[in-house]
Each structure stands twice: as C-alpha cells, then as structure tokens.
Design a binder for this molecule. Structure first.
Ligand SMILES: Nc1nc2c(ncn2[C@@H]2O[C@H](COP(=O)(O)OP(=O)(O)O[C@H]3O[C@H](CO)[C@@H](O)[C@H](O)[C@@H]3O)[C@@H](O)[C@H]2O)c(=O)[nH]1
Ligand SMILES: [Mg+2]
Length: 201
C-alpha cells in the first residue's frame, strides 16, 4: 500500500496509527467521512496490510483436471477447520514482483509446474472490511512435461505443501460437499466451469 493515504472530497484521513508491525502490519485509520446526506462523521477503522497477492488456476483440458495444494492454515484451524489442512489453488504474495511474474514464481515453488503463458482473469479484494489485500487471479494450462520439480514450498519458512491433481467433476463435488472451502479456489473453479475451460468434454 502507498505510504501517503488517499483522499477524496468525501473522505479525509486524519491519522494513521500502527498497532502492530510484526510479520505484517495492522494500522488504525481515523478519518472524516461525508455521508450521502451531506452530514459528516469521524470514524476509525483497522486495516491489516499483508501486501497484495496472486492466485492461479492450473488446468489441463485433455485430462479435465486441475492442480490444487494442501497445507496447514493456522487461521482456518483456530476457526473450525478440523485438522487445519486447506485445499487451495497455488497462490502467494507479490513481494516486489509484478502479478504475472509473482504467480509464475509461486506456481513453480508450490507445485513444481513451470507455466509459460498466464492469462489474467480478474482482480478482487479478498476481505475488504478488514484486509487491504488485492488478489490477482490467473489461469494457465499445464501439461505433465511442465513439471520441473516437486514443489512443496520453502521448508525453511515452514511451508509443507502437498500437490494434488484433481478431476474437474470431483473438484465441483468437493465444493458442494464442503471439502473445498477456500474462496479464491472456489472462484477459480467456478470460473473454469462458466467459461468452459474445463468440464465441457
Ligand atoms: N514467521 C512467520 N511467517 C509467516 C507468517 N505469516 C505468513 N508467513 C509465511 O509467509 C509465507 C507466505 O507464503 P505465500 O505463498 O507468499 O503466501 P500465502 O500465505 O500462500 O498467501 C496466499 O494465499 C492467501 C490466502 O488465500 C492470500 O491471502 C494471499 O494473497 C496469497 O494468495 C509463508 O512461507 C508463510 O509461512 C507469520 O505470521 N510469521
Ligand atoms: Mg502460498
């Protein structure tokens, strides 16, 4: 996020306080907000800034399949996800890369697949009431020969990522059975269905 807060004729940020700056940054913003009826309110809101990210649907038309990752997610674990193991499309933070470069890097680190052409699908705020993150969604076709490594992520950073190839029909059924419960993953699988990337065999 930019260091200088934005403003409009209806919103003026008056104060920014850093509440936590440990791994990522939690800030408290105090701002004047002009309501639609013209009256003004002074409000404060907290926003968690962990940077922006990218996610990708890796799909294979011939096999009618896609690549998912499975890893332990502490926030989901402490909020009701049985053993904390979450199925997701490959995804990661941009760090200092542009979205397309970042998702190529993350796809290879996490799954071992080196993808060439990545197609931008859409960009969306993942949790706009509390988290600043914008997530860039991509799709790319993969083939077995594109696998150049085992994936798995960075063990030194605590990543322990299992790579799973799933049939499209099974992935749709897993959403319905509540076995795929990650929103970015559901969004990309539904995108594949709606656009006929998979499932139209
Ligand atoms: N030490 C420490 N490490 C952390 C912490 N939080 C995250 N990490 C480490 O930071 C790295 C982040 O990995 P990425 O692959 O870049 O990000 P991600 O966690 O997969 O995030 C992706 O999925 C998120 C959830 O859907 C998205 O929010 C995000 O945009 C991105 O797409 C991982 O090695 C993770 O263990 C923390 O509080 N402490
Ligand atoms: Mg990741």
């Amino acid at each position: 996020m930019t260091s200088r807060p934005p403003s409009t004729e209806n919103v003026a940020i008056e104060n920014v306080e850093t509440l936590s700056d440990n791994w990522y940054v939690l800030r408290k913003y105090t701002f004047r907000y002009r309501r639609r009826d013209g009256s003004e309110q002074r409000l404060s809101r907290e926003a968690y800034d962990r940077g922006n990210g990218a996610a990708i649907l890796l799909y294979n038309r011939e096999k009618n399949s896609l690549i998912l990752t499975r890893q332990f997610r502490l926030p989901a674990f402490v909020n009701g996800l049985d053993d904390g193991m979450l199925l997701e499309v490959p995804a990661g933070l941009l760090d200092d890369d542009d979205p397309a470069s970042a998702i190529r890097r993350e796809a290879e680190e996490e799954t071992g697949f080196r993808v060439r052409d990545v197609i931008p699908v859409f960009t969306a705020y993942t949790s706009p009431g509390s988290v600043t993150e914008q997530l860039h969604f991509f799709a790319a076709e993969y083939a077995d020969r594109d696998r150049v490594g085992a994936g798995g992520g960075h063990a030194g950073e605590g990543e322990d990522i299992e790579v799973i190839e799933v049939g499209f029909d099974e992935a749709m059924a897993m959403i319905e059975r509540g076995e795929i419960v990650d929103l970015k993953t559901i969004a990309l699988i539904y995108h594949a269905a709606i656009k006929g990337l998979l499932g139209n065999s």
